[in-house]
Each structure stands twice: as C-alpha cells, then as structure tokens.
Design a protein around this ligand. Structure first.
Ligand code: AMP
Length: 233
C-alpha cells in the first residue's frame, strides 16, 4: 500500500443505499484494499446455485438478513489469511451476533481492524437512491442512474453486460431493508464507539459522490490534516 498512514483493515457501515459499495470499490482501486463483501459473495453463491446459494436465496429476495451461522460458513469459505493484503469489509458485521465472528477471524487469521467507518445518510435519502440503483450481474459493479451513471445507458462500463435492478431493490423490499438496518446497526456502532472510540469515523454521505469520496479520504487520514491520523489499537 502506497499510503502506510491509512487504515490497514477497515469496516464500512451504512444503511442500504448510502453508497458504501461505490466507495468501497473506489477505495479498493485507489489503495489496493481487498474487498470482503458478504452481499456480493451471497449473490455469487446464488448465481452458482451452490448448496449455500440455494439456502440463502429466499432471505435475500425478501430483504431479510441471512442467519449468522450461514454468514460464518460463507466467510470460512471465502476469507483467507490476508498476508500482506489490506481488507475492507463491506456489509459485515451486520448483527451483534456477527461482531464476535469478526473478532474470531481477526485472531485466527492474524489481522486487526484499525478503522470503523460509518457513512451517514438519512433513511428518506437512502430509499430515494435505491430506486435508481443498477448492478452488473456479471462483475457486481454498482451504478446509479443519476449519481453514478454508466457511460452507455444500462450497460456495464467494465464488461458491456446489460445492467439489472437487484431483486431486493424493489419498492416493498427497500423500506423493509431500511428497518432491518435501523434495528441491527445501531447497537453495533455503539459497541465499537464504546470499545474503540479512536478508531471510529463518520462521513456525511448526503453529498455528491466525489465530495463523499474526498471526505472519506480525509477521514482515513490521506491528506495532511494534523488531527486526521489513524489511531492504532
Ligand atoms: P448488501 O449487498 O450488503 O446490501 O446485502 C444484500 C443482502 O445480503 C442483505 O439484504 C442480506 O439479505 C444479505 N447479507 C449481506 N451481508 C449480510 C450479513 N453480514 N449478514 C446477514 N445477511 C447479509
């Protein structure tokens, strides 16, 4: 990593539709983070229709969280000791029950999360954004009709695949997913704020994407601000 001062391993939190997947992709390509995206791993398992994919399909279609033991199984299959890689978790932990799972992986695979980043967006704004979201069914890249349109309408910039609307971005599912976030995320954020106050950061996600990205870089300590450094735990 060319910026040793920024977090080595981080978790991004934010309600569905806050734009965290686009931020994660950009951080991954700028700083070389390996993205650990449980939502994408689950959709991949569903596309493959493997044993796990068949069991989780119904939960995703309804906008429900997948039970913690299946998330554990998914990460057991996909999470390797990072070695020199830098991990960025997007979508995990999602319940208080998953917090000790992350701690278990940190110990076992010998890495430490050194930043918990929350992207703050109101529920109303998130709902509005989700209705414009499109995703590439082949590579998983996320677009937005207004905030992050593809170069060619409804087509993936990277591989030319026609874009799709996610099943769980349907109107009736969107409000339910927001409620699931409200019920589950707050205790997790409070836990990390109490336990590791020096490692928690917040970014205002209600700005144009470039402004959110700049604020995120500053929050991670990329610019020179004397008080922007990342604490170590
Ligand atoms: P995402 O792409 O992160 O918005 O996740 C899409 C869907 O995958 C969620 O609505 C859940 O059904 C499921 N999911 C993703 N990550 C998790 C997780 N850590 N725990 C439980 N369910 C998850």
């Amino acid at each position: 990593m060319s910026h040793p001062e920024i977090p080595q391993h981080l978790v991004i939190f934010g309600r569905p539709g806050c734009g965290k997947s686009s931020l994660a992709e950009r951080l991954g390509s700028e700083f070389g983070y390996t993205l650990i995206r449980t939502g994408e791993m689950l959709r991949e398992a569903i596309r493959r229709q493997d044993f796990l994919g068949k069991r989780v399909e119904i939960h995703l279609a309804k906008g429900e969280l997948v039970p913690d033991p299946l998330i554990f199984e998914l990460l057991e299959l996909n999470l390797k000791s990072p070695g020199t890689a830098h991990l960025l978790f997007d979508g995990f932990p999602r319940t208080m029950g998953q917090v000790p799972l992350l701690e278990q992986f940190e110990k076992r695979l010998d890495f430490r999360i050194d930043c918990y980043l929350e992207i703050e967006v109101s529920r109303a704004e998130a709902v509005a954004r989700m209705t414009g979201r499109r995703v590439c069914p082949k590579c998983g890249t996320t677009y937005h009709l207004i905030a992050r349109p593809p170069k060619v309408a409804e087509t993936c910039d990277l591989d030319g695949t026609p874009l799709e609307r996610r099943k769980d971005d349907k109107k009736e599912v969107v409000e339910f997913r927001q409620q699931v976030y409200d019920d589950n995320a707050l205790p997790i954020l409070q836990y990390y704020e109490a336990r590791y106050p020096g490692l928690c950061r917040k970014v205002n996600g209600e700005q144009p994407f470039e402004a959110v990205y700049s604020e995120t870089r500053r929050a991670l300590g990329v610019t020179d601000g004397a008080d922007q450094g990342t604490a170590k735990r």
